[in-house]
Design a protein around this ligand. Sequence first.
Ligand SMILES: [Zn+2]
Length: 319
Amino acid sequence: MSVLSQSHFHDEAKAFEYLESVIWADGVTCPHCGVVGGRVYDLSGVRGSKSVKNPEGAIRYGLKKCGECRKQFTVKVGTVFEHARMPLYKMLQAVHLIVSSKKGISAHQLSRVLEVQYKSAWFLAHRIREAMRSGDLAPVGGNGGIVEVDETFIGKLKGVEKKRAFHHKMKVLALVDRETGKARTMVIDDVKAETLMPIVLENVARETRIMTDEHSGYRSIKDHFAGHGTTSHGKGQYVDLADRTIHSNTVEGYFSIFKRGMKGVYQHCGEQHLHRYLAEFEFRYNNRVALGVNDRQRAVEGLKGIVDKRLTYARPDCA
Ligand SMILES: [Zn+2]
């Protein structure tokens, strides 16, 4: 039985029940007054006002009324799904497809599978990516652990643009904690020490050994952290033979997965959207099977992120 045959992917009432079980695991929360587990009246299934299109009034799924503040709401209020004009069961399908596909799924594919317009699929995919941003700010590493740090360029340029490629390509920094196997990534303006070092200082615990390549932007790492190991990729050195813990192969591996995905699925991504693609890849990487997370748990984790994250600006100009 395919996962997508589950009822909440096809039945709107079941879709609401499913999302409620994930979002309100600790009790129904009223988005208006904030009461958790208070008196709530279930009005789901009642019909809304009559219209020409819906002479009997549209069924209002998942409708609740707060017994404290008397206001109505559904589980979608305050989430990235709130203003999307699409059945919830289709959006849950989209979340499942995005979190379970190894390399991601393009808006074109999504629009075909969900049978919605390209534009709607594009907006939905970005809403979901936004939900996948971790917002985790605690430093990584610590306890004598090892964090690999590396930067890369994303995007392909042609002809004249190629000469200025260094300045025009999109730049990404990644930190991978070898202990937890998790990554943290961000878009950066350039690869100067003034840009890189504050990010490393902010995101990595001091009692950590850091591994990088020989890029000069990382030179002062040794002054702030428990250790700094470097390999010289320019000289073809990928692991220090005297100390085999010195390498940045894990973070290199991360970038190669990301680049393969960006190439295959998201060909012409604008810089303004790059952080959301990064979030999507980071999410899947940090919730991967090797870390003991299955498809179902990954979808639940992705859905938990939909609360309190709204997409303020988006334009369908890529993938
Ligand atoms: Zn209330």
